[in-house]
Write a protein that binds this ligand. Structure first.
Ligand code: 5GP
Length: 188
């Protein structure tokens, strides 16, 4: 899917495909430099379904350090648009995290409540370390002081789609990050 497939539904592009890939290469190099190669087991990259599929696929392919991948699906209690911070695990990891260096890979940090809960959850399972990589972060929306070790791009407080992120399950397969025209939401 590309911009031309969206017609008038696309408002504007915030992060181009090229910008995202350039930044992910830089982040991957930082991760390569930061990973403790003396650890007993390789780095465990944990992708948060479904939004992080694209960033997980691209970021991990730029990382040279050996790693394993696993996935979690979580759902936030509360209304559909705002995170409550109370998280339910829909799909848990298949991997034991005790003693492992974990890299959580996330699409966007909005309030930070989901990641705050997730990092504490992984730490409580005995992870040796928990780092976070996120393709996007909305600094104006942060409600908790969650430390995101690797950030692709800081973006304004706007609802974005593409690069894994959906609106009503659509637009995840856009290669860039953009905003939708108001008429898509039924507004003018
Ligand atoms: P948080 O707990 O940080 O508020 O919630 C983060 C989650 O909310 C993200 O993983 C994502 O699923 C969803 N989210 C937050 N902002 C956006 C956005 O602009 N677009 C989309 N599609 N999802 C978002």
């Amino acid at each position: 899917m590309d911009a031309k497939d969206m017609g008038a539904d696309l408002d504007r592009i915030l992060v181009t495909e090229e910008q995202m890939h350039t930044r992910l290469r830089e982040i991957a190099a930082q991760i390569d430099a930061d990973v403790d190669n003396t650890a007993d087991s390789p780095l465990l990259a944990v992708g948060v379904l479904r939004g992080a599929v694209m960033v997980m696929a691209d970021l991990t392919r730029y990382i040279h350090t050996p790693l394993e991948m696993d996935w979690m699906a979580v759902s936030s209690y509360g209304n559909s648009t705002k995170s409550s911070g109370v998280v339910r695990i829909l799909k848990d990891l298949d991997t034991e995290v005790a003693g492992r260096d974990v890299l959580v890979v996330e699409d966007v940090v909005d309030t930070g409540l989901t990641l705050d809960w997730l990092t504490k959850n992984l730490a409580s399972r005995g992870a040796r370390s928990v780092r976070i990589a996120a393709a996007l972060r909305k600094p104006e929306c942060l409600k908790v002081n969650v430390q995101v070790d690797y950030v692709g791009f800081d973006i304004p407080d706007e609802f974005v789609v593409g690069y894994g992120l959906d609106y009503q399950q659509r637009y995840r397969n856009l290669p860039f990050v953009g905003t939708l025209a108001p008429h898509v939401y039924g507004a003018e």
